[in-house]
Design a protein. Structure first.
Length: 151
């Protein structure tokens, strides 16, 4: 059972997530988007549209969407566990469902499993004004031994 299901409080706020990223991943901060909503068991991130995210053909690139997925699940973990810098992605699977147009992408990340050693997150991505998903993904993180018992 994940911490959000037990009704526990979040370990980090949006501001604390931002400070953690600015300290540990300063180059990535302007590129990975920002947190729109944070609540127990859920993180919503927005990747603002920028030409640097486009690939030939005028669509948001796969690497941009994969970065958004990875960041959203990492933030989900940090928000619930605190600053676990050594949590690492062990797998990421993405299904591209529709061609994303040149517009913001909104990703909602939730837990599928929040275990002591492995955390699995699910991410659904949509664009403003269109509820149909452009992509769906899962990402698994391996947690370091010193990350505590977890929920």
């Amino acid at each position: 059972m994940c911490s959000a299901q037990r009704g526990e409080r979040l370990a980090l706020s949006v501001e604390e997530l931002g400070a953690f990223m600015a300290t540990h991943f300063p180059v990535a901060v302007p590129w990975v988007g920002y947190v729109e909503a944070l609540e127990p068991g859920r993180v919503v991130m927005r990747l603002p549209f920028s030409d640097e995210h486009l690939r030939p053909g005028g669509t948001i690139s796969g690497p941009s969407l994969m970065t958004l997925v990875d960041t959203a699940v990492y933030f989900l973990i940090l928000a619930h566990r605190g600053p676990v810098g050594l949590a690492v992605t062990s797998s990421l699977h993405i299904d591209f469902l529709r061609k994303p147009r040149p517009a913001d992408v909104v990703a909602t990340a939730t837990f599928l499993k929040d275990g002591r050693r492995l955390v699995v997150g699910r991410v659904e991505m949509v664009q403003d004004g269109d509820p149909r998903p452009v992509a769906h993904a899962t990402a698994t993180y391996a947690m370091p031994d010193d990350a505590g018992e977890g929920p």
